[in-house]
Design a protein around this ligand. Structure first.
Ligand SMILES: NC(=O)c1ccc[n+]([C@@H]2O[C@H](COP(=O)([O-])OP(=O)(O)OC[C@H]3O[C@@H](n4cnc5c(N)ncnc54)[C@H](O)[C@@H]3O)[C@@H](O)[C@H]2O)c1
Ligand SMILES: O=C(O)CC[C@@H](O)C(=O)O
Length: 312
């Protein structure tokens, strides 16, 4: 068996794959080189940078499985994989806690400004009034998407005494968790207009692209913050820039951008923006879990066993 891994994977996962076959591991295996390697490959394992295209799938005539070291599947042509009869397995729920904790870090950053206060003190300041900020207790968290990450975030927000509103048109699988964690399910307009923090947890697809745009941003309170850990394309960055610059919302934390890495962006010039390089799911714990889970599921498919992490 030949297993091609085209982006970084933790050692624990690599070990599992190596016991099953010959692993070609190159964390920067791009385009033509990758296509060449795939010609006689049985499995391909990617993260979110490798674009798995219809053409690539067509040329990989021996391919039996695609493993995705993460959750978002927008870099894989799922229709082409389905038509070719190639299952795609992914790391369902493996990084959800890490992302939920990232969202808390962002909310607490906006609420308490510890880094800014530190810089202020180191610069000789001691203005206690300036850093008299707000509690998360009693504030409203608005979840757009209440799946694995949304429900884990709700669990943590409940412990902080936050009110939680959720919008998810495909809720049934997570309805019990939403009830348990105090999520009041409602429509998109209500979530956006009432939330103090709006957090996005939807996949990027044709229905969610530009979901946050001029019109939907206009529904948010001027005191509210937007947190995007889903995918850059879910937010229209130009509309967000203007909303932030004109004070129509208070701030935004963006872990994901339309173009990654970004060349340049007007968002860089704003003080009320937190920007991170797609790290919400990147913790040691989540990456060990992700690598082991995906490696195990890839191996199951190669052995002809059923996997519970196949994309439906
Ligand atoms: N920044 C990171 O490091 C990071 C890490 C993990 C996941 N993600 C992103 O977060 C997304 C969500 O991850 P998850 O594990 O919670 O996935 P999930 O599939 O468990 O949950 C997604 C939820 O979104 C809902 N949804 C789909 N379309 C919707 C729409 N139009 N409006 C509202 N809700 C909609 C689904 O019903 C589902 O409940 C992933 O698709 C991925 O793009 C990013
Ligand atoms: O592949 C990555 O490293 C990003 C992971 C994250 O965005 C996901 O969708 O799980």
């Amino acid at each position: 068996m030949k297993i091609v891994v085209s982006e970084f994977i933790w050692e624990e996962g690599l070990q599992i794959l190596s016991e099953q076959g010959d692993v070609v591991y190159n964390a920067d295996l791009w385009k033509e080189d990758l296509v060449r390697e795939l010609v006689d490959a049985d499995a391909l394992v990617v993260r979110n940078q490798t674009r798995v295209t219809r053409e690539m799938i067509r040329r990989a005539s021996r391919l039996k499985v695609i493993g995705r070291l993460g959750v978002g599947l927008d870099n894989i042509d799922l229709a082409a994989a389905r038509e070719a009869g190639i299952p795609v397995v992914y790391a369902r729920n493996a990084n959800a806690i890490s992302v939920a904790e990232y969202v808390f870090a962002a909310m607490l950053t906006f609420a308490r400004r510890l880094e800014e206060a530190t810089a202020h003190v180191k610069g000789g300041g001691w203005n206690r009034r300036l850093y008299t900020r707000m509690e998360l207790y009693g504030k409203t968290l608005g979840l757009i998407g209440t799946g694995e990450i949304g429900t884990r975030l709700a669990h943590r927000a409940q412990a902080f005494g936050m009110k939680i509103l959720g919008y998810d048109p495909f809720i049934p699988p997570y309805e019990v968790a939403c009830t348990e964690f105090g999520v009041q399910l409602t429509d998109l307009e209500t979530v956006l207009s009432r939330a103090d923090f709006v957090s996005l947890h939807v996949p990027l697809n044709s229905a969610t692209r530009n979901l946050i745009n001029r019109e939907t941003l206009a529904l948010m309170k001027p005191s509210a913050y937007l947190i995007n850990t889903s995918r850059g394309g879910v937010v229209n960055e130009d509309d967000l820039y203007h909303a932030l610059k004109e004070g129509r919302i208070s701030g935004a934390a963006l872990d994901v951008l339309v173009q990654e890495p970004p060349q340049d962006s007007p968002l860089f010039k704003l003080d009320n923006v937190i920007l991170t390089p797609h790290i919400a799911g990147l913790t040691e714990e989540a990456q060990v879990k992700t690598s082991v889970l995906v490696a195990q599921e890839v191996v199951k498919i190669l052995r002809g066993e059923p996997s519970s992490c196949v994309v439906k």
